[in-house]
Design a protein around this ligand. Structure first.
Ligand code: ADP
Ligand code: MG
Length: 260
């Protein structure tokens, strides 16, 4: 059996008065590539933030490698788990290479500018994500797809065991969506990275992920292989539209039925 990396048990969370996550439990195994799917507002971003320690659950227990988040060494957690938010507001004009180097932050000692090893790791992350060629450009002045690759490079430089990504492909055209997913697949396969990624495109999720978690109204309604999760009845219920399914190259494809 694959070892468990992270476990959330009976998690609940509210923003002020509205309860957004309701007694939710999930276990993430090492080297999972999880697509977290579900309608807008179903709680994907909130759950990802809770797993990443950005938000704290109101109740329930979250453990990373068997240690509750409340007891885990902060520096170790920062080295082990990275979170890539959906938007990257960048107020200050940082260069691409500087942003990737920020991924090394959990490893740097105070006042250190980074060792040769840090620079080597940063360079490798930029090469893997095809961002090295514009390392000296300013983050504000590159395209959406390039920005997303830079954020992944920065997360990769952190060398985490678990990468949490919030809709990494949502603002990108089809070519760049596939490019990002191929990079993530490479990290999953070749760097043993465990990935949890919120996304809307069910067909890409079906093709790239080994496991899907379907959220609806703050709860998990299905969790398993794409074949198990992408079922007509449950998708119609959760998304509130008619759906047809097909199979292509062994993967389930989801088609909304358009009625005129
Ligand atoms: P998803 O990522 O699946 O679209 P979210 O986790 O962003 O869902 O949101 C879940 C619910 O929580 C939604 O009803 C949303 O309006 C609400 N919500 C999200 N962020 C906040 C916030 N900062 N303050 C209040 N409500 C929020
Ligand atoms: Mg979201």
């Amino acid at each position: 059996m694959t070892p468990e990396l992270m476990a959330a048990e009976n998690i609940s969370f509210s923003y002020e008065t509205s309860r957004v996550l309701k007694d939710l439990s999930v276990s993430i195994q090492k080297q999972d590539f999880i697509g977290m799917i579900g309608p807008n507002g179903s709680g994907k971003s909130t759950l990802i933030k809770i797993l990443g320690g950005i938000l704290k659950a109101d109740s329930g227990l979250i453990q990373f490698k068997g240690t509750p988040l409340s007891k885990i060494n902060k520096k170790l957690f920062a080295q082990s788990v990275s979170w890539i938010p959906q938007d990257h507001p960048m107020v200050f004009p940082f260069k691409v290479s500087e942003i990737v180097m920020m991924g090394r932050h959990p490893y740097l000692s105070p006042l250190s500018f980074g060792s040769e090893e840090d620079f080597d790791i940063t360079r490798c992350a930029m090469e893997t994500t095809m961002t090295y060629q514009f390392a000296d450009r300013y983050f504000n002045e590159i395209s959406g797809g390039e920005k997303q690759r830079v954020m992944i490079a920065s997360a990769m430089a952190q060398n985490p065991e678990l990468m949490l990504l919030d809709e990494p492909t949502s603002a990108l055209d089809l070519k760049y969506q596939v490019q990002i997913l191929n990079i993530l697949k490479y990290l999953n396969t070749n760097h043993n990275m465990t990935l949890v990624m919120a996304m809307h495109d069910l067909n890409l999720a079906s093709q790239f992920c080994n496991r899907l978690i379907l959220l609806s109204e703050g709860g998990i309604v299905r969790d398993g292989t794409p074949e198990k999760v992408l079922e007509k009845d449950i998708l119609e219920q959760v998304y509130g539209i008619d759906i047809d399914l097909s199979i292509r190259d062994g993967h389930i494809m989801v088609h909304p039925v358009i009625r005129n």
